[in-house]
Design a binder for this molecule. Structure first.
Ligand code: TYD
Length: 249
């Protein structure tokens, strides 16, 4: 399942080399993305998961898209202000991709290779959904762009936080500071948000080994507990897999 480790065997740390972390052994870094529509509570859940993983002794990096690296943060404003919108969906998609490529190569990959757990607020599925499905860009444009951008760094685990779009938009509006405007994507019609929700769910159906759908309308505490337990199981399974594959000495 963890594509990047398969493609980058050199980065893998053997179990013998791994540091003992609490009661578990993290045999290599781990990459987790959080996806979903507007106002699903990704940021809150990432913060909670990061805290609980740190308490368990893990080294955690929290990051976000668009942005997450100096180069990508420079592009973020252009995208979210809507300045790129009039120039067409392809230009927006390529800007998201440029930002992601920089984020992957300067932040995510080095952290995973150093044995850290990386949590990102949005990643490649956001482009598939926002630029591909609702931006109307065809797979023959989007698929090679994604492959080049991600460059093997596919998340080990993706949480799809799922909520009724009306509720999500209400929460996103409530979260904004007084006087702060909705960003270019929040402003769109509810029908578009509904289409995005379906598109995220479809990705999860097509990639059940990577994706876990979480009911984001539940209590934040309960969601955090579910996410934590899924992550602990995934880390355990991953350590077992690495151990099995580790060459006998
Ligand atoms: P942000 O302010 O980070 O809010 P949130 O993630 O909480 O919704 O806004 C990011 C916006 O950018 C969001 O509306 C989704 C959009 N987006 C894309 O259209 N494509 C992408 O590849 C990414 C990463 C984000």
């Amino acid at each position: 399942m963890p594509t990047h480790s398969k493609q980058n065997g050199a980065a893998r740390i053997s179990v013998e080399q791994a540091r003992p972390l609490g009661h578990s052994i993290l045999a290599r870094g781990f990459f987790i993305s959080f996806e979903g529509g507007e106002g699903v509570g990704k940021t809150t859940q990432i913060k909670r998961l990061a805290e609980s993983l740190r308490e368990a002794g893990h080294d955690v990096v929290e990051t976000r898209e668009p942005g997450g690296s100096p180069g990508a943060e420079a592009v973020r404003h252009v995208l979210l202000s809507g300045a790129a919108e009039a120039l067409g969906a392809k230009l927006e998609a390529v800007l998201f991709a440029a930002a992601r490529s920089d984020h992957v190569e300067t932040v995510i990959r080095p952290a995973v290779e150093a044995g850290k757990i990386v949590l990102t607020d949005r990643f490649m599925d956001s482009s598939r959904v926002y630029q591909g499905v609702t931006g109307g860009l065809a797979p023959d444009f989007m698929t090679p762009l994604e492959r080049a951008t991600v460059n093997g760094m596919v998340p080990d685990l993706t949480f799809m936080l799922d909520i009724e779009p009306e509720e999500g938009l209400r929460r996103a509006a409530a979260r904004r500071a007084e006087g702060e405007a909705a960003d270019r994507f929040e402003k769109e019609q509810v029908a578009i948000h509904r289409k995005r929700r379906e598109a995220f769910l479809e990705i999860a159906r097509n990639e059940p080994d990577r994706c876990v759908v979480v009911d984001a309308s539940a209590d934040a505490e309960a969601i955090a507990a579910e996410i934590h337990s899924r992550v602990m199981n995934a880390l355990r399974d991953d350590a077992k897999m690495v151990r099995k594959k580790a060459p006998a000495k």
